[in-house]
Design a protein around this ligand. Structure first.
Ligand code: FES
Length: 105
């Protein structure tokens, strides 16, 4: 799907998400996980397995582990790394500005 317009939204202050961790935000009714891991990475928060949130998952490099049953996703591409092929969570661009962290919805 081609996205016609970009809408940058401020999601939080720069100090909110601890380095090496993720947090979940609800924006326009969507649950989005934002990770602070070598820069900010944003993607849909709900695991395709049983809708667990990946935001509190453990990170290992670019890979986050869903806390519920340990499925793994790449936080940069959204790609599911195990069990099913060709599954991707939607990812969003991020931008760090003077006044906070923004994502492009
Ligand atoms: S809900 Fe994520 S692995 Fe089950």
């Amino acid at each position: 799907m081609t996205r016609i317009s970009m809408t940058w939204k401020k999601i939080t202050e720069k100090s909110t998400i601890v380095s090496g961790k993720g947090m979940e935000f609800e924006i326009d009714g969507k649950k989005i996980a934002v990770f602070n891991q070598n820069g900010y990475h944003a993607l849909d928060a709900l695991c395709v397995h049983q809708d667990g949130s990946i935001a509190p998952g453990k990170l290992d490099g670019d890979i986050v582990e869903c806390p519920l049953h340990f499925w793994h996703y790449n936080i940069k591409t959204g790609e599911l790394k195990d069990f099913l092929k060709d599954i991707k969570l939607q990812t969003y661009k991020t931008d760090v500005r003077d006044d906070g962290v923004y994502i492009d919805l």
